[in-house]
Ligand binder design. Structure first.
Ligand code: C5J
Length: 229
């Protein structure tokens, strides 16, 4: 499947591809969550919800693998580096009571994936303590066991967890395509630059394409499936 992308066409092979949705969690996206409490404009992230929903629906329709991630820590915070806890010098930090339960702690309401993108039964959820989804998780093992070589990556935030994960994936040999309108940052200029950094220098970390290009290609597959049935 050919997808129009930057810096050049991406050849998507659904049999060895996974859709990787990064950290679409209530604390980052919902009004009243931790992100907004820190003074961020959550509408910058919320604009990614509808495109993600549409891509997820199209991806599920062709039966390809979907993986979700969540950033967060054990309730006893034993996996929270002190440096991560204190950096930012906010009066409220990870593990403290926040507007949706303890901030970025597993099992708390704010740590959940937003209802619009709720994982379906059988879709792996990776709980990650870091920014990158490969650090201290079994993501690489799951991908290897499923024969995945290509990652179509969406989520938040573009310059932090999406970029970090794509760089980690690139070093492990995966071909990543980042979906431009399905990623977002509280800072639009970081989003733009985050995407540019992926596709720069002939695709130094991967490719970038809008969801419409992928959904169009997936629709073609469904039409072919329908005609064969
Ligand atoms: C993510 C963050 N998910 N910005 N986390 O990007 O702290």
């Amino acid at each position: 499947m050919r997808i129009e992308a930057k810096p050049y066409e991406y050849s998507l092979d659904l049999g060895s591809a996974a859709l990787l949705i990064i950290d679409m969690q209530r604390d980052f996206l919902e009004p009243g969550g931790f992100g907004e409490m820190l003074g961020n404009d959550v509408s910058q992230l919320r604009r990614t919800i509808e495109p993600n929903k549409a891509l997820l629906k199209a991806w599920r329709a062709v039966g390809a693998l979907v993986i979700h991630t969540r950033e967060g820590h054990r309730p006893d915070l034993t996996d929270l580096p002190p440096a991560k806890k204190i950096r930012g010098r906010s009066p409220t930090t990870i593990g403290d009571p926040g507007p949706m339960g303890r901030i970025l702690v597993r099992g708390e309401a704010g740590h959940d994936i937003i209802s619009e993108l709720c994982p379906a039964a059988g879709e792996p959820i990776i709980d990650k303590p870091g920014k990158g989804a490969f650090f201290a998780t079994d993501l690489h093992a799951i991908l290897q066991n499923r024969g995945v070589q290509q990652l179509v990556v969406t989520g938040v935030t573009t310059e932090v967890c999406v970029n970090t994960t794509v760089r980690e994936a690139n070093d492990r040999g995966y071909d990543c395509m980042v979906v431009s309108d399905c990623c977002g940052s509280y800072f639009p200029e970081f989003h733009e630059m985050g995407l540019k950094m992926i596709a720069a220098q002939g695709g130094i970390f991967g490719w970038v394409a809008p969801s419409a290009a992928i959904i169009e290609a997936l629709a073609g597959i469904n039409m072919m499936k329908g005609a064969a049935e």
